[in-house]
Every structure is written in structure tokens, then in C-alpha cells.
Ligand binder design. Structure first.
Ligand code: TMP
Length: 213
């Protein structure tokens, strides 16, 4: 059976990643693959309930980290791992890099604790029983000042979107650090380019991996 593919999309709020999921899904579907589009926090009814809490309630950073990893556990066990086992392409709007960027770098929470939780939640859930990680992470990199301009005047901001630009500078550095530490998994997408050019970058990043003709 064709091997499943796990692709995550990451970036600070306002970087525009979510608007590229459908186009990416279309490329894989045109190549005959079954695509599962999903998101974090969320992707199951319970995880979506946890998402609502995390995005609306002020809370202690450990509580917040436990809730996002609890949501992730449900999502991994019920949705992601079974889809990969069926050979599907999973396109996930955010995954664990977001926790290291937002809770770790943004909120200053202990990344050692996050790494422990990552091992508990994703351990043995990958293909071959390894730690489950995306095969590819598309990192939509955009200056926090530009992202803030894009977000201004958009829909009512959630708890994170309402944070000041300094918070997003830390989150952006968090993503840059994760990308540097695992360069083979990450593809940087220059998200300040016009929308069509961003779409071309996304397609090229996937083609470079040999997953699309
Ligand atoms: P979204 O707006 O891209 O759907 O993401 C939801 C928000 O949740 C976004 O502001 C980032 C935040 N988030 C975390 O703080 N930690 C996480 O682990 C994840 C997945 C998202």
C-alpha cells in the first residue's frame, strides 16, 4: 500500500497558511491520493471542545500545554495515525511545533516539559512505531509586523490573535529555532510574497520531496 504522508502547516497568526490547504489537497487528489484535512487544536469532537477552551479562557501555561497535548492525543489516536495507516495524506493545520512556538517561546513555558509531553502523546504512534512527527512541515514565515497588519480589522481576535506584536516576535523566533533544529523536516515558505507565488512555493516544496510529479 502507498505509504501515508503527514504534512503540517505552521506559522504565526496572520501568515496565511490555512488558505493554502485546499490547493495543496487538490494537488494530491489530482495525483489519486486520499487526503485528510484537519487542524490543531482540534480534529475530533473532544479536541474541538478543548480548542474552544484554549482559545478563549485565560489559563496557567502548564494547564494550556496539557490541554493542547490532550487534544493532540485524541487527534493522533483517532484521526492521524489511522489515516496514515490507510496510506492517506494528512494535511494538518498546525501540530506540535505550534506548542513549542506558542507555549514554549511565546509564553516562556519550559520546553523540557513540552518535550516530555510530546514523547507521551506521540510516542510509538508514528509509522514503524516511532515518535510521530510530520514528514514535512511547511513553515509560513512572515514578519510579525506584517502579520499584525493583516490581522487588524479581520474577524474578532481570539486569545492569541489579541496578543501584542512582541509575543509574535517570540513565537516567530520559536519557529525559526525549531526549523533550525530539524532542517530536513522543514521547508520555509516566504509568506510575504503574493498569494499565487506562495502557492507556487508550497507546490514546489512538496514536489522536491518526490511526492508529486
Ligand atoms: P489557528 O488560528 O491557526 O487555527 O490556531 C489556533 C491558535 O492556537 C493559534 O493562535 C495558535 C494556537 N496554538 C497554540 O497556542 N498551541 C498549539 O499547540 C496549537 C496547535 C495552536
Amino acid at each position: 500500500m502507498t505509504r501515508g504522508l503527514f504534512i503540517s502547516l505552521e506559522g504565526i497568526d496572520g501568515a496565511g497558511k490555512s488558505s493554502h490547504i485546499d490547493a495543496l489537497a487538490g494537488l494530491f487528489e489530482a495525483a489519486g491520493r486520499t487526503v485528510r484535512r484537519t487542524r490543531e487544536p482540534g480534529g475530533t469532537p473532544l479536541a474541538e471542545t478543548l480548542r474552544t477552551l484554549v482559545l478563549s479562557e485565560p489559563m496557567d501555561p502548564l494547564t494550556e500545554s496539557l490541554l493542547v497535548f490532550a487534544a493532540r492525543r485524541e487527534h493522533v489516536v483517532q484521526v492521524i495515525a489511522p489515516a496514515l495507516a490507510r496510506g492517506e495524506v494528512v494535511l494538518c493545520d498546525r501540530f506540535t511545533d505550534a506548542t513549542f512556538a506558542y507555549q514554549g517561546a511565546g509564553r516562556g513555558f519550559d520546553t523540557g516539559v513540552l518535550a516530555t509531553l510530546e514523547g507521551w502523546v506521540q510516542g510509538g504512534q508514528g509509522q514503524g512505531g516511532a515518535l510521530l512527527q510530520p514528514d514535512l512541515t511547511l513553515w509560513f514565515d512572515l514578519a510579525p509586523e506584517i502579520a499584525a497588519e493583516r490581522l487588524a480589522g479581520a474577524r474578532l481576535p481570539d486569545k492569541f490573535e489579541a496578543q501584542p506584536v512582541e509575543f509574535f516576535r517570540r513565537v516567530a523566533r520559536g519557529y525559526a529555532d525549531r526549523a533550525a533544529a530539524d532542517a530536513a523536516r522543514f521547508e520555509r515558505i516566504g509568506a510575504d510574497a503574493p498569494r499565487e507565488a506562495v502557492r507556487t512555493q508550497v507546490a514546489a516544496a512538496v514536489r522536491r520531496r518526490g511526492w508529486l510529479a
